[in-house]
Design a protein around this ligand. Structure first.
Ligand code: NAD
Length: 492
């Protein structure tokens, strides 16, 4: 089906703008460029930040309920045209249409969810040490937010950053990923139609080295929030340090998926496979390394391979497709290199391990579901994030062993456990050192939870009340209302 030309102008200070240069957007399903998108430069980034600064006092002074009304309109507009946005996501990012529909629905939910905080952003009143005096702590907007997102959820991650900023009374400048700019640009149109005032939300397309660097080295940003890779996160933190700008970094993962001998085998197999293959393995909370108790290991592997064979790799626009292409050739080649490295270290390819062949796959960035055996602790495939449909399955003997192996990672975002034994569950709760633990279920994470990674997986976090806190500052007010001029100036 022919698709219309997507909107390609950026949103700066309430106006739709072209950039200083253009960059092609490529469809991962066939490798063909289909539209050119503007690239902002450093001057436009500073212009957007200045607009956000000018707009913030009036936006922050509005009643939260008024801000929430705009957010509910955004959610309504997203839902009204959900299928168009889902297809746009598929065209630029390559996830399946079923997954893209979920992403669009999730984006609308972010705006509804955070709009509910309009009546719930609370402060505290504290007793003073002095009579006739009150102390309170109130939450105020952080100010101007710089936001940077990756390519794996190009639509929903705009919502994840913009929705809490709007209810907090912040203004925001958001940069999309260079490979997937169209979703953010479509969102820009929605913000405009919903009546977001000029300068409150600014959407830029551009590269990390130009727009990203300009955002993170700017002196007048109150919060930098970024979702992406660990090396970029470190670079952003270094840049932010110049002006002591606070950062919230949601970075990579290497989730262990632990299956105990008492688990329901079919349920665990389906869950482990789904958590690995969703979005073609390109999710920070994906099952990246499956550890199965030795008693059930062989049966698990057999069923995992059988289940994987039932999955259909192909055109992501088709409803029947389970796994689409990877986002780009560069990302596909990274996965191929990881598998080659694992094989040269002694891993055995039990399934897949190659690009699929045939006319349906010509030009696309496809990779077949891949299962690796013979993987032993210490191998790179168990250490480095592998953003593709590739799973090492490793046997273990005791809970002590597997917990130690799971924790031996630079990453600490999510972990999974399948068991019905309460003592095992509570030991994992206490001992598995990851920000999120999923027991007998897989993601996605919930809006009301706190998406948080330990170690190199990040600083701060997104979602829920704790995610919202990032977008708010606290202000302490000391108020003496006694009218008593003899109150000592120094009480101690
Ligand atoms: P990336 O780090 O390459 O890019 C992320 C963003 O940073 C892009 O917009 C990019 O342009 C920008 N950037 C690059 N250099 C920059 C610089 N010097 N200064 C400022 N910005 C710069 O990551 P990616 O490949 O787009 O995304 C994949 C990674 O994101 C994976 O590691 C994945 O685990 C992680 N991720 C984490 C979460 C989470 O919530 N923890 C969610 C999704 C993805």
């Amino acid at each position: 089906m022919a698709e219309g030309k997507p909107a390609v102008e950026m949103l700066i200070d309430g106006r739709f703008r072209d950039g200083s240069a253009m960059r092609a957007v490529v469809n991962p399903a066939d490798g063909k460029p289909f539209v050119d998108v503007p690239l902002a430069d450093a001057a436009m980034t500073h212009e957007a930040l200045a607009a956000a600064r000018r707009a913030q006092p009036a936006w922050g002074a509005k009643a939260p309920l008024e801000r929430a009304g705009v957010m509910r309109d955004i959610a309504r507009l997203i839902r009204a045209d959900a299928e168009t946005y889902a297809r746009l996501i598929v065209r630029e990012q390559g996830k399946t249409i079923k997954e893209a529909r979920g992403e669009v629905g999730g984006a609308a939910e972010f705006f509804d969810f955070f709009s509910e905080y309009a009546r719930r952003i609370q402060g505290e009143i504290l007793p003073s040490d002095v009579a006739g005096e009150q102390i309170w702590i109130q939450r105020v907007p952080a100010g101007v937010v710089g936001a940077i997102i990756p390519w794996n959820y190009p639509f929903a991650l705009v919502a994840r950053k913009v929705a809490p900023a709007l209810i907090a009374g912040d203004t925001i400048v958001l940069k999309s990923h260079e490979d997937t700019p169209l979703s953010a640009l479509a969102m820009a149109r929605i913000f405009d139609r919903a009546g977001v005032p000029p300068g409150v939300v600014n959407i830029l397309t551009g590269t990390g080295p130009v727009v990203g660097e300009a955002l993170c080295t700017a002196p007048d940003v109150d919060l930098l929030t970024m979702t992406g890779s660990v090396p970029t996160g470190k670079r952003i933190m270094t840049n932010a340090a110049q002006h002591l700008t606070p950062v919230s970094l949601e970075l990579g993962g290497k989730a262990p998926f632990i299956v105990m001998p008492d688990a329901d085998l079919d349920q665990a197999v389906r869950a482990a496979a789904t958590s690995r293959y969703m979005n073609c393995g390109q999710v920070c909370i994906c099952n990246e390394r499956t550890y199965v108790h030795r008693d059930i290991h062989d049966a698990f592997v057999e069923r995992f391979i059988a289940f994987s064979r039932t999955l259909r790799v192909g055109d992501p626009m088709e409803d029947a497709t389970d796994i689409g292409p990877k986002v780009s050739l560069a990302e596909l080649e990274k996965v191929e290199a990881r598998v080659a490295e694992a094989v040269s270290a002694g891993a055995e390819v039990l399934l897949g391990g190659a690009r699929p062949e045939g006319p349906d796959f010509t030009g696309g960035y496809y990779y077949t579901p891949t299962v690796l055996g013979g993987v032993t602790p210490g191998m790179d495939i168990l250490k480095q994030e592998t953003f593709g449909p590739v799973i090492p399955i490793v046997p273990f003997d005791t809970l002590d062993d597997v917990v130690a192996e799971a924790n031996d990672s630079d990453y600490g975002l999510s972990a999974y456990l399948y068991t019905n034994d309460m003592q095992t569950i509570m030991r994992a709760v206490n001992e598995v050192a990851f920000g999120e633990l999923y027991v007998n279920r897989i993601g996605p994470e919930a809006l009301q939870g706190f998406h948080v990674g330990y170690r190199h997986s990040g600083i701060g976090g997104d979602d829920g009340l704790h995610g919202l806190e990032t977008y708010l500052r606290k202000k302490t007010v000391y108020l003496n209302y006694s009218g008593d001029p003899t109150v000592p100036l120094m009480p101690y």
